[in-house]
Design a protein around this ligand. Sequence first.
Ligand code: PLP
Length: 454
Amino acid sequence: VALNSLHARDITYQLHPYTNARRHEEVGPIIIDRGEGVYVYDDSGKQYIEAMAGLWSVAVGFGEKRLVDAAARQMAKLPYYHTFSGKAHEPSILLAERLVKMAPNGLSRVFFTNSGSEANDTVVKMVWYYNNAIGKPEKKKFISRISGYHGITIASGSLTGLPINQRGFDLPLPMMKHVGCPHHYRWSEPGETEEAFADRLAAELEAKILEEGPETVAAFIGEPVMGAGGVLVPPATYWEKVQEVCRRYDVLVVADEVINGFGRTGTKFACERFNIKPDILVISKQLTSSYQPLAAILFSDKIYQGIADQSAEIGSFGHGFTTSGHPVATAVAMENLDIIEERGLMENAAIVGEVLQAELRRFADHPLVGEVRGVGLIAAVELVADKATKAKFDPFGKVGAKFFQQGHEHGLIIRAIGDTIAFCPPLIITEEQIREVVSRFARTLKDIEDFVAT
Ligand code: PLP
């Protein structure tokens, strides 16, 4: 490797997110240079099928000229303006209106942030502010689930229920509590039905609320289908039951659809699929296909009225980012949603999603496959050391890491979550391209059979 190569300079200058820095110093980066549709190409010209849509996010695929043009038009007209102190601009107004019209459960107001983490951090502050407004300042605690992912700021990283985001960071904050993970394959008792498992999880949530004191518990937050925790589809009746518990104790329900939103699970929002009636909904990623950083919090009129009263009393809603509702990001989101609607991409996700789910389930009998799961265009294959006992590989994650690396050899980008292989391709993917993903997956799995045997 030449000393002045991009590869060498990356090793010299960058600290990468979610990367073992010492290992990176040895192996360096794969430099992705360009993208087209469901494919990306590295700086040597090698093609990869992007079966993760980047980070669960590039709905319309790579190289979408309409988004480039929308960004350029807005850059030329008004590249930046803020939304503080009563200022507004057209793209953010139009997008807020459009999102409210799309939203489930009559959610009627929007607040923009740049990222999912900032959005969830903002949710915590909004809920506190609202509870102060309605004279319940002691209602501060949030409950989330083990293996849930809500981001990495101090507050959102505390809501997250994954050790990697908390070890070394002195998280979670003491007011953030976690309850059991709704993953039947790993967390149910032997012989327990999905419904009985859901009953047990709802009872656990209720016990946690009572233990903490309902007067101190503000909200429950969850991804309808968990993503980063391993693509975990909840057991039947789970969401109905946990919502019932939340309502009983005046605990707000927050749906984190940062991954699920805009057709990923086969419906516009996963809230529709699972009959979730959230007080607050968080969206990002596919909102702009991640061509621009943008997230949005949609919330009920009840919460808006409380916040509005409190802001009048204090003098201002003292929260917001320099780039909240950024004109280029919101203009790109509008064009992105146009493309999703015009091309029927949410409907496509439901149709070709069936193919992805069926094709991957053909591996269910493979000796290394513990579980195949997913819904719509999000899926996972969990690899195990022992199919009968569900024993994990030792060390945990080594086989997944090898799969991830070996996938690159076959021109396949997946995500390894421990030893679980996750898929979340762009919504534009065709049936033929899904078969290509699965065939590259099968070839990689063959290599892994040899790796595990040695
Ligand atoms: N919430 C969910 C469900 C996510 O999957 C993510 C990111 O993957 C986040 C929040 C955090 O978003 P960001 O990485 O934009 O901060």
